[in-house]
Design a protein around this ligand. Structure first.
Ligand code: PEP
Ligand code: MN
Length: 360
């Protein structure tokens, strides 16, 4: 007696359920393999093994599906398994949003970064003198800004350019910040200086050129103060997130990410500000995400729209360079704002409605 349509449909459903169960059983085995590979440090994707499996399946294929169809179906299964293994890996990252759904909020002397309010970090490219710092600090204080930047170790393209005042610069930064009640951030370029830096500054900056200086990242992971990690000149977001993971896994979970532009063929800006990095990093990690409008654009005339774009995209803060007399600055003379220009930018940002100031 021939089977009815209902019978056949019921049979198909049973087979579907069996395939579903087997697919998920397969996924579990494949994730277990992924974990072993992770520990051994070998790549998840193994083209030779895939080819062997496909060859075996087509050899065993009794039809009616043709070999090409079987290959196509199994390739999709392999692809989905690999994707699953990669997702598992992301879930395991300490900095991943999947690992910790709530935002990491970093408090620096009462200034909260990564929460409901935004932060402005401003100051000169390089620490040059007490007078220079005092002039900037006074303007920042008047504007209600709490965090001052200033480089003492400068990673310069040319060895003949000003290299920074070193430890002396950090001491100057601390003295002036204490005088004006500000917190400080400064770049550290050598692992041996991390511990020392803790005496003088409140946040360690790791610069774009050192984003993958793994020994420096590991040492920053031992620091008791937060770290602001800049995106490398040509770093993918994947590499950026893994650089942050180095710091976190070494013991310091107080890490902030800052997009500072990447190298592209565009010449009208110094770098290309990758606005998409902001929502993507917020989505993929629980860390505060900031945008350095100065180094990304390398120019003064588009800072306000770029800062607004960053804030609209969800940035937790903005960094900008300010110098009392940019023309005479010992580094980045072309791109630093003078104090009236900074005041104008600040007014534009605060009146945009995009920057929520922390109540003091
Ligand atoms: C800086 O902020 O002083 C600096 C050198 O920036 P970057 O590392 O992003 O080039
Ligand atoms: Mn600079």
């Amino acid at each position: 007696m021939s089977q009815t349509l209902e019978d056949l449909r019921a049979q198909l459903s049973r087979i579907n359920h069996e395939i579903l169960r087997l697919l998920n059983e397969r996924a579990e085995v494949s994730c277990a393999i992924g974990e072993i590979k992770e520990k051994q440090g070998v790549p998840k994707f193994d083209p030779v093994r895939e080819k062997d499996m496909l060859d075996e399946l087509t050899r065993l294929n009794p039809g009616p599906f043709r070999d090409a169809e079987i290959k196509h179906i199994f390739k999709e299964i392999f692809k989905a398994s690999l994707h699953l293994q990669e997702e598992e890996h992301q879930r395991q990252l300490l900095v991943s949003r999947k690992k910790q759904p709530e935002n990491t909020v970093i408090a620096v002397n009462g200034t909260r970064i990564g929460g409901e309010t935004q932060v402005m970090i401003a100051g000169p490219c390089s620490v040059e003198s007490y007078e220079q710092l005092q002039t900037v600090a006074s303007a920042l204080r008047k504007a209600g800004i709490k965090v001052m930047r200033g480089g003492a170790f400068k990673p310069r393209t040319s060895p003949y350019d000003f290299q920074g005042l070193g430890i002396e610069g950090l001491k100057m930064l601390k003295e002036v910040a204490d005088e004006f009640g500000l917190s400080t951030i400064s770049e550290i370029v050598h692992p041996a200086h991390i511990e020392l830096a803790e005496q003088y500054i409140d946040i360690i900056q790791i610069g774009a050129r050192n984003m993958q200086n793994f020994e420096l990242l590991k040492e920053a992971g031992k620091a008791r103060i937060p770290v602001l990690l800049k995106r490398g000149l040509a770093a993918t977001l994947e590499e950026f997130v893994h650089a942050a993971e180095y710091i976190a896994v070494s013991g310091n979970s107080r890490v902030m990410l800052i997009e500072r532009g990447i190298r592209t063929y565009e010449k009208w800006t110094r770098n290309t500000l990758d606005i998409s990095a902001v929502p993507l990093l917020k989505q993929e990690t629980h860390l505060p995400v900031l945008v350095d409008v100065t180094h990304s654009t390398g120019r003064k005339d588009i800072l306000l729209p770029c800062a607004k774009a960053a804030l609209a995209a969800g940035a937790d803060g903005i960094m900008v360079e300010v110098h009392p007399d940019p023309q005479t600055a010992l580094s980045d003379a072309a791109q630093q704002l003078d104090i009236p220009q900074f005041a104008e930018l600040w007014e534009g940002i605060t009146s945009s409605g995009l920057f929520k100031e922390q109540a003091s």
